[in-house]
Write a protein that binds this ligand. Structure first.
Ligand code: FES
Length: 104
């Protein structure tokens, strides 16, 4: 039972992993709420598909409500300094050398 507890209540939260090394443009619709995947394990990038619940306990998606309808580039390497938005961080050597699905 100890390992079960450790899985669901980890002492240190799981780390995000690099999902992709590019941005994904998405049209956001005014008033709609979006959940950006923080853990990098969603197969529905850039958004959360619930995978964090089983694969990265301790991490949860970043929720935001669109203030206007517009196209926005979202980060998929999960290292952006402006989450959930793309800021070019994936071009850094550290991200480029990382394997997809691995933490930085
Ligand atoms: S699947 Fe990554 S935060 Fe939900």
């Amino acid at each position: 039972i100890t390992s079960w507890l450790a899985r669901w209540f980890p002492k240190t939260p799981a780390k995000s992993v690099v999902a992709l090394k590019t941005s994904i443009k998405v049209e956001l619709v005014t008033g709609k709420t979006y959940k950006w995947c923080v853990c990098g394990r969603s197969k529905k990038q850039p958004f959360c598909n619930g995978s964090h619940f089983f694969k990265s306990p301790g991490l949860s998606p970043l929720k935001s409500k669109a203030q206007e309808t517009c196209m926005v580039a979202h980060c998929t390497c999960k290292a952006t300094q402006k989450p959930p938005y793309y800021d070019g961080t994936h071009k850094r050597e550290q991200v480029q050398k990382a394997e997809l699905g691995s933490p930085l």
